[in-house]
Write a protein that binds this ligand. Sequence first.
Ligand SMILES: [Zn+2]
Length: 556
Amino acid sequence: MIRILAIAILLVLNGSLLQSQSDKPKLIVGIVVDQMRFDHLYKYQDRFSNGGFKRLIREGFNYKNTHFNYIPTVTAAGHASIYSGTTPSVHGIIGNTWYERSSKQIITNIGDANELIVGTDKLNSYGASPRNLLTSTITDQLRLGTNFRAKVISVSLKDRGAILPGGHTANAAYWHDWKASPGYFVSSSYYMEELPDWVTRFNKQEKSNSYLTDSWSTLYPIDSYKMSAPDDNNYERAIGGKTSATFPYDYKSMRERFKEIGAEFQLIWVSPAGNSLLTEFAIETIKSEKLGTDDITDFINISYSVPDVIGHTYGPQSIEFEDVMLRLDRDIENLLKSLDATVGTGNYSLFLTSDHGSVPVASYLADNQLPAGIANIKKYEIALMGYLNSKYGTNQWIENFDGESVYLNQDLIKQKKLSLSSVQREVADFMITLEEVTGALTASDLQTQSYSYGMNQMLQNGYHTKRSGDVILVFKPGYVQKLDPKITMQKIKGTTHGSGYAYDTHVPLLWFGKSIPKGQSLRKVSVIDIAPSIAQMLNIQYPFGTTGEPLIELFD
Ligand SMILES: [Zn+2]
């Protein structure tokens, strides 16, 4: 009797440990808000709606101490890391662009001359694909794990924000092409020969055009924006023919100026309308592709690019940035409402994070007695060239210097029978004597040592043996790299990002929906933990190069 009872209990336990398809979400929604910092969830929350960011926090799980764990914190590396569960040292996306030794050229992360852009009748001279990404992504693993029955679609205004999250096997990635077409969503021949009818129909509505017929004024009376600097200040870049970076932004006249430089529809990237356009497109994607309607879990990535462009133009202290976040909150509310209606409340799981943060504008920091300054790239390059010429004789010792990485002329070093690691050491020791440089690791250091803490570890996580330079630099906090040797502090407008400091690494991580418990954690976690967590939720394999760990609180 006892034995039968024990077997019965065991069977019940076993049953509860096995996951039936009905336990799995019908759709995973990954949201990446480009250049959103952790504190932006709270700074403007008094005026967030109840159904957007605050709903995700209230009903979901909030990792309040989520960081990037590598340098450089830039868009392509961020998107690749979130979706591959590892760092540039493994996935190979070491920047938005990098120097390629074999071709002696700067290449872009998703650039691919073997492909064409699909969906524009204008001549395009560049193509795009995820081929530079060296590992699989969680979206690839979902495709593999379901015998390719799961659908994976990725959308963004930026090409890299769409392509990298979809991995190698996405059914489609779509992004907003302002270069050649009238603001159409396009794709790559990597995925398809022509756009599906529903995308063509969406494009023919010319929504980029209609969004840009009016003007951008603040959502609330402008004098109520108490969390931001006054509208007219010295830290913002005036664009589109305006003499000051102030409201209202009259799209009609700004479009004319953008048109003169062949970028008329890029204006939507510097406007909250770009987030609304992408939200509409994402909702249409879910409906038209019937995502989340059957028993096989599907996946959509939605990457909001506008906050990044607004930050680079006006800085995070601006009313422009605050207003974009308030309006993005409404867009997310609309997206959630649509998901509730189409996929069903409680049938989907969602995470929201960012690809990097941002530093307050350097001139704004300096004016407020905070540490900040300019790291003058040209000055460093000239100083280093002079040093190497005096040490080893005049020659082309440097192949490329992008500010953070020195690529030495390895052929010349070999030809002169010098030791590469010794020359790297010389360069690092010289660079560290420069005022604004606080760290310099050599490729030999990075290949032979194992760093377990701080900036050195972050450099190591961002270093790829085949793609990175010979010496990698770290600058003082608050210092921004500038190419123009004549630039002064007063001329610095808008923000940047890329460092290993908290302003660039600390990002939101919210989970919401099916099987997600309510709660929050202050445990330090990393964005590379997102992909293995999803793998555990779906009982599928981790992406090939995963170095992150599943977020155990989600499974309590
Ligand atoms: Zn970005």
